[in-house]
Design a protein around this ligand. Sequence first.
Ligand SMILES: C[S@@+](CC[C@H](N)C(=O)[O-])C[C@H]1O[C@@H](n2cnc3c(N)ncnc32)[C@H](O)[C@@H]1O
Length: 262
Amino acid sequence: MSGFDPVWLALREPADRASRDAGLIEQAAAGLRGQDAPQICDIGAGTGAAKRAFSPVFPSGCRWTFVDNDAEVLAAARQACGPEVALRQVDLSLEPAPWPEGCALVTATAFFDLAGAAWVDRFAAALARDRLPLLACLTYDGVMRFDPAHPLDTAITSAFNRHQQTDKGLGGAALGPNATRFLVSALQAHGYRCRTALTPWRLTPAHQAGLIDTLVTGIAGAAVQIGDISAAQAEVWSADRKARLSEMQVGHLDLYAVPPAS
Ligand SMILES: C[S@@+](CC[C@H](N)C(=O)[O-])C[C@H]1O[C@@H](n2cnc3c(N)ncnc32)[C@H](O)[C@@H]1O
């Protein structure tokens, strides 16, 4: 188990779907049209949310490979997506280029913020070697907004962002909020054209009470664990946030990157 259990992934999937940038998804779809049964490789695939989100827009007949190191989420992906999806249980820290021969597009969702700088450099070099486009969605960007505000919001957010930059098992200290910026630079160094879009979650208790509750608990726990916030402060903050928030935003970026024309 990686800590990304299927229950958490199911909780976040509707918010992810509402936030993904339709324009960048359309550009990725346009790149696939005209290809015969294009192969897509989703890295850090979880239970297959990307396939569910992109299939209405991507051309029919796409063949999917899901790559993840977690047997439990891959089993859930098999149940949700059926036998036609290829599953690979791979530790991406050891194998940053797991796509099949003839792959047409690499996708990832909520993944690159877990990766370290050297790993992203290796990934970008392999992607460029194989001249593959990348659609990387919902990478955390470090910005959280809470309405109404609480005096501890800023301190908790910066503690959480520090925690996001600890080792997440993907090539050392994670890039966390800096991931998209770093990934864009790494790809541009190989001549890629990169387009990004802000894709924050905008969560309200009326629609996403369960997600807000789980998030607030997780954020407070991370802030205490990193050592910047006391348990008592975290308790005060999370009780207030769970009781009084009318909206919570969690910032993300989507990226679509295409290799240079040959
Ligand atoms: C935040 S979850 C996102 C899952 C999925 N993309 C989604 O949107 O629901 C990150 C995923 O990356 C996978 N992951 C993390 N580290 C990994 C590694 N070293 N190798 C392979 N997969 C990894 C986790 O198991 C998890 O499924």
